[in-house]
Design a protein around this ligand. Structure first.
Ligand SMILES: O=C(CO)COP(=O)(O)O
Length: 120
């Protein structure tokens, strides 16, 4: 299964910590990780295999949204920073909308992501 991981700048350290805490599940359940660009860099430095797409502001969220729409991406873990502004807010909304359109599980904070991990 394919899981997309995305973290805004203020949440990237939390994403790395989250993945480390769930590395067993990620390694043993045949999961392919995809990500936006800078999130992917951080996560691969931490030792995870990840297919990093474009950085969010350059279209990474939109690329992941397309994979959701095409049925290729099965889950999205998106640690958003609600206290920051994002020039690509329309892309972010599109991604979340398409998760709802296609009934793809979407976690927008670590607590929800934790529950989704337990379901794997
Ligand atoms: O902006 C993002 C999500 O909206 C994340 O993009 P980066 O992983 O490239 O920082």
């Amino acid at each position: 299964m394919e899981i997309a991981i995305i973290a805004h700048d203020g949440k990237k350290a939390e994403m790395v910590q989250f993945l480390n805490e769930h590395s067993n599940v990620l390694h043993h359940k045949n999961i392919n990780l995809i990500s936006t660009g800078t999130t992917g860099e951080k996560v691969s430095k931490a030792g995870f295999n990840v297919n990093a797409l474009l950085s969010g502001p350059l279209g990474g969220d939109a690329q992941i949204a397309a994979r959701v729409a095409e049925g290729k991406c099965n889950m999205v873990l998106f640690f958003r920073d609600p206290l920051d502004r994002h020039p690509h807010e329309p892309d972010i909304l599109m991604l979340m909308r398409l998760c709802d359109v296609h009934n793809v599980p979407l976690a927008t904070n670590p607590a929800t992501a934790e529950l989704l991990m337990k379901s794997l």
